[in-house]
Design a protein around this ligand. Structure first.
Ligand code: ATP
Ligand code: MG
Length: 246
């Protein structure tokens, strides 16, 4: 078995001394594709922030057993400050790790990488546009490009399908399947149909966590961890939701 590339060990975390996640453990292996589901406020984004080192756990450990890794991160859309006067290209390039704390001096290779990503995500026409003038879907493309700029070993996407149209959603999912050949992916999503059709394993997060080593979404998981309405609204609910939770 491979070594894990990221690991949470018995993590309890939260805000202002109040725990929102309790005793969470998770191992991420190379080429994992983990779907994270759970109700609003269940602690999914908090778990992601612990992995990224944005917040420190009250208890437990975050480690990278196979050494330092690059993590690409697409934050949940509603949390991005769009009033900041910065262009599409600048946002994407801000993902590069550079020596300068103030303004990055990009190498030729970095410029080429950024141009390639901008083309691939269909953003060429918006390159110089301030992000405040983008639609929600366009902004998601920009943030995904930024997340990929360092060719991460682990890509974490927090609800990437918010605001995007079906067309881009389809493209995004195909792209994720392709990316997953070279990197581990953690996908937080309320779209259970998508989760079960794309991911390899599922983590249910609602204060605590249950890890399911398959991509089968069961009725029990939905009852405890998701709003059943989402399923009713989804036109292609997987048959496996009828299976019993184990
Ligand atoms: N910066 C913060 N300060 C204080 N409490 C917070 C903060 N961020 C989140 N919380 C609280 O922590 C709990 C978990 O929030 P979190 O954002 O991790 O949930 P989530 O599962 O990502 O929800 P959603 O599906 O709505 O994105 C919630 O009760 C939330 O109000
Ligand atoms: Mg969240």
């Amino acid at each position: 078995m491979n070594k894990a590339i990221a690991e949470l060990e018995d993590v309890t975390a939260g805000y202002n001394g109040e725990a929102v996640l309790r005793n969470i453990s998770l191992k991420v292996y190379p080429k994992d594709f983990i779907g994270v589901i759970g109700p609003n406020g269940g602690g999914k984004t908090t778990m992601v922030k612990v992995l990224l080192g944005i917040i420190q756990p009250f208890k437990g450990q975050v480690s990278f057993p196979s050494g330092k890794i690059n993590i690409g991160y697409l934050p949940q859309a509603s949390r991005v400050d769009r009033s900041f006067p910065i262009s599409v290209e600048e946002v994407i390039q801000s993902g590069f790790k550079t020596g300068s704390a103030w303004w990055p001096r990009l190498s030729k290779a970095q410029k080429a990488r950024s141009t390639k990503l901008i083309d691939e995500t269909g953003l060429s026409a918006y390159r110089k546009r301030p992000i405040g003038e983008l639609s929600g879907g366009q902004l998601q493309r920009v943030l995904l490009s930024r997340a990929l700029i360092n060719q991460p070993e682990l890509l974490i996407l927090d609800e990437p399908n918010t605001y995007v149209d079906k067309n881009f959603e389809g493209e995004l999912y195909k792209w994720l399947q392709e990316l997953n050949k070279n990197m581990a992916i953690i996908l937080v999503s309320h779209d259970v149909g998508t989760i079960s059709s794309m991911v390899k394993t599922i983590a249910c997060v609602n204060q605590n966590m249950h890890y399911h080593p398959s991509n089968e979404v069961t009725a029990g998981m939905l009852e405890s961890y998701n709003a059943p309405l989402k399923i009713v609204a989804h036109d292609k609910a997987p048959r496996s939701i009828l299976n019993k939770h184990i």
